[in-house]
Design a binder for this molecule. Structure first.
Ligand code: EPZ
Length: 427
């Protein structure tokens, strides 16, 4: 198990390459199940979760080949092909390590007419139910049964007849599973109050390139006219808007100025709006985003919300920035029930934060001090790195496997722009 050691106080300056989006890649990979032709994904981030998903796909008999690209490049090209599916079961030992495995349920059901997936269980940020995934598939005509910690979905012989599902709660994953199942249904599927995240649009763009017929892309009302079969495609994974927002917070807290190469401003309007309100200058430029700050960090009051609202995945990172604001900020986490695991660790670095339920009150402080801290979940880990970059003294972040799930070669990228950061074995 590795740890990261940061000597705080260095002003970040230069260009950070932004990788392909983890949360797009994790729903694009299972699309390979929907056809027996090759699916090539470009700009895939090199992440533990992507490796885990590749291994899961191999379990089903999907071949995966990584096309060459230089080790120093970021991103990879992977070609997946599933001429035959050798198993339609996603086993517990794989699913428990990576809950996004649940995203094989819809495409496997579409391909094989049945799918058995271990229930993913909860994680650090919440109990993460999958009831909406199952209700949407049932609305399209699937039979769902649960037994011994597994969920099994079965389609009628002629394929999913189609139907309509109105989501009571916006769910990214359930929208993705429903879309992938609907693409080759024998009828028409309608999704109301569907998630509108850019990653959903990226999925719809890939499915369309494979021959799917989807109306309303980018809106909360999606209509999918099932087609008998889908063909292969080549798709460039969209840039990671959360990685870009995370590095924007890192640059701002150090008083630095960075160019986020490849970041797409149109995916990040709520984050850009929040950063500007916090006194950060954000300028969309040719092929990326310039981020800097020439005054104090200003306090904010904001709530997380489904897209196009402020992303819950950015809450911990923004909180780290606001720890050094001139004033008191109020954050409200409306999506997950336990997404303040970073607060006790930030407090150990000198932050002054009070949490009651889903509300966090962040009293800005003049200085943070380096400390040994523990990563608990992916985005919480990044908030500790951001705080460590601005803290006086040395910060050690333990349990880096959390970070490796979502940030491609983080210490290399931060070192590129002047951070005093190194990764060492954690004895
Ligand atoms: C996706 O998770 C992302 N993960 C999460 O990113 C992100 O935080 C989340 O969407 C919200 O944007 C991936 O894309 C792999 P949801 P997902 O279904 O799909 C409730 C990260 O840090 N809900 O949109 O699991 C749920 O409890 C990760 O990169 C149900 O009640 O999120 C939550 O309160 C963390 N029943 C809310 O909906 C369900 O069946 C939103 O969850 C499904 C969800």
């Amino acid at each position: 198990m590795d740890k990261i050691i940061i000597a705080g106080g260095k002003r970040l300056s230069g260009t950070i390459p932004i990788s392909g989006a983890k949360n797009a890649a994790l729903t694009l990979l299972p699309c390979a199940l929907l056809t027996d032709e090759p699916l090539t994904l470009r700009n895939l981030p090199r992440l533990a979760d992507i490796d885990g998903f590749q291994h899961l796909m191999n379990q089903f008999g999907v071949s995966t080949t990584i096309a060459g690209n230089r080790p120093e490049d970021f991103g990879r090209v992977m070609t997946l092909q599933a001429p035959r599916i050798t198993s339609s079961v996603a086993p517990y030992e794989l699913v428990r390590k990576m809950r996004a495995s649940i995203l094989v349920l819809g495409p496997m059901l579409a391909r094989m007419g049945e799918a058995t997936v271990s229930l993913p269980g909860g994680c650090a940020i919440g109990n993460r139910p999958i009831d909406l995934h199952l209700k949407a598939l049932e609305a399209f005509g699937a039979a769902i049964e649960m037994a011994a910690g597994y969920v099994r979905a079965v389609a009628p012989d002629g394929g999913l007849p189609g139907g309509e599902f109105d989501f009571p709660v916006v769910s990214v994953g359930a929208t993705e599973n429903a879309l992938m199942a609907a693409a080759t249904a024998s009828g028409t599927c309608r999704l109301l109050n569907a998630a509108r995240e850019p990653e959903i649009v990226d999925l719809c763009n890939l499915l369309t390139a494979m021959g799917a017929q989807i109306e309303g892309i980018g809106t909360s009302e999606l209509t999918v006219h099932g087609v008998p079969r889908l063909h292969g495609a080549t798709h460039h994974v969209m840039p990671d808007r959360i990685e870009a927002g995370s590095y924007a917070c890192a640059a701002a807290i150090t008083g630095g100025e960075v160019f986020l190469k490849g970041a797409r401003a149109e995916d990040m309007s709520a984050t850009i709006h929040a950063l500007r309100n916090a006194g950060v200058t954000v300028e969309p430029g040719k092929g990326g985003l310039s981020v800097g700050i020439d005054g104090p960090i200003k306090p904010l009051t904001l709530s997380t919300a489904p897209y196009p609202g402020f992303a819950t995945d950015m809450q911990a990172q923004l909180m780290a920035l606001l720890c050094k604001a001139e004033g008191t900020s109020v954050l409200n986490e409306t999506i997950f029930e336990n997404r303040y695991m970073h607060v006790p660790e930030l407090t150990r670095m000198g932050a002054h934060i009070e949490t009651t339920g889903r509300t966090a009150i962040v009293h800005g402080v003049d200085r943070l001090t380096g400390a040994e801290v523990m990563a608990t979940d992916l985005r919480a880990s990044m908030s500790l790195v951001i705080a460590g970059l601005a803290a006086e003294g040395e910060t050690q972040v333990h349990r880096l496997y959390h970070l490796d799930r979502g940030y491609e070669r983080l210490e290399e990228k931060l070192a590129l722009v002047g951070a005093a950061i190194e990764r060492v074995g954690d004895d």
